[in-house]
Design a protein around this ligand. Structure first.
Ligand code: FB9
Length: 516
């Protein structure tokens, strides 16, 4: 018995690695020479399919060559279509293992077998179909529990027909219809070409010249040179221009809204902040849960801030420990070293505290400030939360502002975001009282969306800064990521921000159409 594995096994074309470009182009050249060579001696290639089979070249390769030669009018190709049948997945299994009715018949011993045993032997689907067909063919007797043969011998015509189909052999219409009814075959349109010589026919294709060069002129060969047609429709190389990340497009839109509303941007170029400006200045008590490393990234190096305005720090210490200006404070022992700790800012409100303190040092003038930049929170990452996001914050500092003013400016701001219907829900922030969560009705999503938080900065925050008694500050905040995810229909924040972003989205994302 010849040793099986030494035989070079015939491997299926699609299991081979794609031919390297060199092989590909040599196969292409071979196919081209085959077509042009054949037409040198013959008027026509009647059927590219037969021609491919004859030449032992894949029909696909022949078709590619015919299309290209036709493009350069080396040949004149006419479509020919043939409808033929191919086996369905079920048809393929029967062609391989025999029709279910034949499998059933073969599984019934001469003295019969129980239905249950037979079903176990054949499996549910073969048993079910096998029974139907075997009864129809009067091959077997299906008693209540017993199955027995009605004939001694049967032929598996169905399998034979399926094999014929597979080999591209023709069957009579009746058999085709029977197999079609059993969904064992499905129609397949075969496309090929008949080919004749074209106006530019030549036995060998010389690459058409793409340029007229001095040598062509000197040698006079320009006379018989074939020049490649100019393809004025050719798409030039795509100009790879820079493209803005969706977040930056929405940021720019948000900036436009703030500038149109008369706000000026606060400098946010310091991710590292002291606990003092990020928390203490905002009257956030030192034992507040947000101030421990579970929520906040504290710095190992430099671990403490170098410089704080001592007089102001003293007043903050006061207000935390024993209150003032009518507040009884928190009544705990405020620690300087806690305020000195450096961290990655958890909100851009840390910048607002610096700006309001700076404002307090000058003769008072009303101000509208906004900030849009990164903040960091040691939070569990999920579909809408990363350890960092961009916070958008707006504040108005003026005399005698009320909660009504806040709601008014929120209506103005969010209506420019396309959300004119707002609802406010009482909330709590350590640094604002009263505080409100903001909900907006999103026409596109047809639902109410939480769009941010807001409040009036507490006097315990503003007065120690030195701002006049009657100055109040209304403020609100939201993220940049949420509106961007909604506007660009991005479901998972990891698709928007971070190393997993697919650049395709960056290159092909549409312009940002906020508010309209
Ligand atoms: O952005 C948020 N939602 C939002 C905003 C706009 C938007 O636009 C639509 C397309 C047109 C859609 C959605 N939120 C705030 C709401 C929620 O996403 C919330 O679950 C998550 N929030 C972040 C914080 O998460 C811990 C968003 C982020 C946020 C929340 C509050 C503030 C800032 C950012 C604040 C504040 C504040 C309060 C008072 C004074 C000063 C600042």
């Amino acid at each position: 018995m010849k040793d099986k594995d030494k035989e070079p096994r015939a491997v299926a074309a699609d299991s081979l690695p794609p031919p390297s470009s060199a092989v590909a182009s040599s196969v292409k050249r071979m196919a081209e020479e085959a077509v042009l060579g054949f037409l040198e001696k013959n008027d026509e290639i009647k059927d590219s399919g037969d021609f491919a089979a004859e030449k032992g070249i894949s029909h696909e390769e022949i078709v590619n060559v015919i299309k290209s030669l036709n493009g350069f009018r080396f040949v004149d190709a006419q479509d020919i279509k043939k409808e033929r049948w191919q086996l369905t997945a079920e048809g393929k299994t029967y062609a391989a293992n025999g029709s279910p009715e034949f499998q059933l018949f073969m599984a019934v011993p001469a003295d019969g077998i129980s239905r249950a045993a037979l079903q176990k032997k054949l499996g549910d689907s073969v048993f079910k179909i096998g029974c139907q067909q075997a009864i129809k063919n009067k091959w077997a007797e299906m008693g209540k529990s017993q199955v027995s043969r009605k004939v001694a011998h049967v032929d598996d015509n169905v399998k034979d027909m399926l094999v014929k189909i597979n080999n591209g052999e023709a069957l009579n219409q009746e058999d085709i219809d029977a197999l079609k009814r059993r969904k064992l075959i499905s129609p397949q349109v075969w496309k090929g070409y008949s080919v004749k010589k074209g106006p530019n026919y030549a036995p060998k294709r010389r690459k058409p010249a793409t340029d007229l060069i001095r040598e062509n002129l000197q040698s006079g060969e320009w006379k018989e040179l074939q020049f490649k047609e100019y393809n004025f429709l050719a798409k030039g190389f795509p100009i790879e221009g820079g493209s803005l990340h969706p977040l930056l497009k929405v940021r720019r839109q948000m900036q436009m809204i703030f500038l149109q509303m008369g706000f000026e941007e606060m400098p946010t170029n310091n991710y590292v902040e002291s606990s003092f400006w990020n928390f203490d200045a905002l009257f956030q008590p030192q034992q507040h849960p947000a101030r421990d490393s579970h929520d906040t990234f504290f710095l190992k190096e430099p671990s403490t801030t170098k410089m704080l305005p001592e007089d102001y720090v003293e007043r903050v210490k006061q207000i935390h420990e024993s209150g003032g200006h009518g507040s009884r404070g928190y009544g705990y022992d405020w620690k300087r070293e806690e305020a000195n700790k450096n961290l990655l800012r958890t909100h851009t409100t840390a910048v607002s505290s610096r700006m309001l303190y700076a404002l307090a040092k000058k003769p008072f003038e009303a101000k509208r400030y906004y900030s849009i930049d990164r903040v960091f929170r040691n939070e569990a990452v999920d579909r809408t939360h990363l350890a960092e996001f961009h916070q958008i914050e707006g504040l108005i500092c003026d005399r005698g502002l009320s909660l009504g003013d806040l709601q008014g400016v929120l209506h103005d701001f969010f209506s420019r975001l396309g959300m004119s219907k707002l609802r406010f829900k009482p909330a709590y922030n350590p640094y604002t009282e009263p505080s409100m969560e903001i909900f907006g009705y999103h026409e596109g999503l047809k639902k109410w969306v939480e769009v941010g938080n807001s409040g009036m900065f507490r006097p315990e925050m503003l007065l120690p800064m030195g701002l006049p008694e009657d100055v109040t500050v209304i403020a609100w905040g939201l993220s940049l990521e949420r509106p961007t995810m909604i506007l660009y229909g991005i479901d998972n924040i990891r698709d928007l921000f971070g190393h997993k972003v697919d650049l395709g989205l960056i290159k092909s994302n549409p312009i940002c159409r906020i508010g309209i």
